[in-house]
Design a binder for this molecule. Structure first.
Ligand code: ADP
Length: 388
């Protein structure tokens, strides 16, 4: 059967077509710069890759273009012939603890959650509406980034703010990257030949956006991203944790507007803010002092989260790296794991080879590198709805 996965961003659509079971990727299309004059379309199929330009004024045209490309390549006649369409939805709030079949009520709820994730949920919803128009009879499923963290205990998700901030305004930790952490957990269980419910692990999703997750017996009990995807680790352009009083200072003393503070924290901070560059490959290769400093700040923050999650979990079966940095940078992994307590050691050769197991075979805690695949996780969630 064929399952389409749509990840609709504010100016982009990522589209993947899977043949399931077996998870064969039939096509992978990325439409970027929607509504910005000339859009770029990258499509991959059968080990081939093509990039073309086109004028795509909105998401409706974007999806139409994707389908016409797939038709020309004889990969898919119409969107309406797929067995299910899975949509990435960033924010599920306190409502959605698992993937759901999309109906009018779900659409309303996703819309209600827009204030909590203005850029993301609005764009995700746009993708859903466009796909429903194109394929009204196909089952469409919403898979939420927050859902995996739904069962965090209250002491993990509540901030020490006046309680009414939570009760009235829903200000709490939600956590993100849940689809990735869930996928990595399942793969780790396969590698360790254990049931997910037996596993205590720390997962590190280290990409441009980055988050850590403490998983106890298969359940997320804490995660570094919070009310928004800004909290926690140092990211490409996001600051991660800062003293909240700095934001007040920026406004009161430096005279920055709310929007300017927002831009500083989300777009001008992190690695970019410290050394002027956010691509970790370039930063690692640089001799610049600030580049070294940026990496050290990022690495130190990851170590602090690992330490605190080890303290929370008590016993840890594995520490797992994923995301562009986690999967590819032996240097970052080595530095992150340096000096861990209890004689836990890494296997340098395995690490340099980006092997799946990078811990010394004698190490009680295993270190793993797992390639995450959020789209495949979404497709697998869809399968549950087709079978039932
Ligand atoms: P996104 O969060 O946008 O999905 P990715 O998971 O693709 O991001 O990760 C992007 C990051 O991965 C970039 O900082 C990039 O420099 C880094 N990266 C990719 N390959 C390597 C590598 N071989 N060594 C170090 N960093 C890498």
């Amino acid at each position: 059967m064929k399952i389409a996965v749509i990840n609709s961003g504010s100016s982009s659509i990522k589209f993947q077509l899977f043949y399931m079971p077996g998870a064969k990727v039939l096509a992978n299309v990325l439409v970027e710069k929607i509504g910005e004059g000339s859009s770029q379309i990258t499509f991959k199929y059968d080990d081939k890759k093509n990039i073309i330009s086109a004028v795509i004024k909105d998401h409706h045209e974007g999806l139409k273009k994707i389908i016409s490309l797939l038709r020309e390549l004889s990969i898919l006649k119409e969107l309406s012939v797929v067995d299910a369409i899975g949509h990435r939805v960033v924010h599920g709030g306190e409502k959605f603890h698992s993937a759901v079949l999309i109906n009018e009520d779900v659409i309303k709820e996703i819309e209600n959650l827009i204030p909590l994730a203005p850029l993301h949920n609005a764009a995700n919803l746009e993708g859903i509406l466009v796909a429903r128009k194109k394929a009204p009879l196909v089952k469409q499923i919403a898979v939420f980034d927050t859902a995996f963290h739904f069962h965090m205990p209250k002491e993990a998700y509540l901030y020490a703010l006046p309680y009414e901030m939570y009760e009235k305004h829903k200000i709490r930790r939600y956590g993100f990257h849940g689809t990735s952490h869930a996928f990595v957990l399942k793969q780790t269980a396969l590698e360790l030949k254990k049931d997910v419910k037996e596993l205590n692990i720390i997962t590190l999703h280290l990409g441009n956006g980055a988050s850590a997750c403490a998983i106890e017996k298969g359940i997320s009990i804490d995660t570094s991203m919070g009310f928004t995807p800004l909290e926690g680790l140092v990211m490409g352009t996001r600051s991660g944790d800062v003293d909240p009083a700095i934001l007040i200072y920026m406004q009161r003393v430096l005279g920055l507007s709310v929007d300017e503070v927002d831009a500083v924290l989300n777009k001008k901070s992190g690695l970019l803010g410290i050394c002027g560059e956010n691509d970790v490959r370039t930063i690692i290769d640089s001799d610049d002092e600030k580049a070294k400093l940026a990496l050290n700040i990022m690495i130190r923050r990851i170590k602090k989260y690992i330490g605190s999650y080890m303290a929370l979990l008590g016993s840890v079966d594995a520490i797992v790296f994923s995301g562009g940095i986690g999967e590819n940078s032996s240097y970052i992994r080595e530095k992150v794991l340096e000096n861990l307590p209890c004689g836990i050691k890494m296997d340098k050769f395995a690490n340099e080879a980006n092997a799946t197991f990078i811990s010394n075979p004698k190490s009680e805690i295993k270190f793993l590198v797992i390639k995450t695949d959020e789209e495949l996780e979404i497709a697998q969630e869809c399968l549950k709805f087709i079978k039932s």
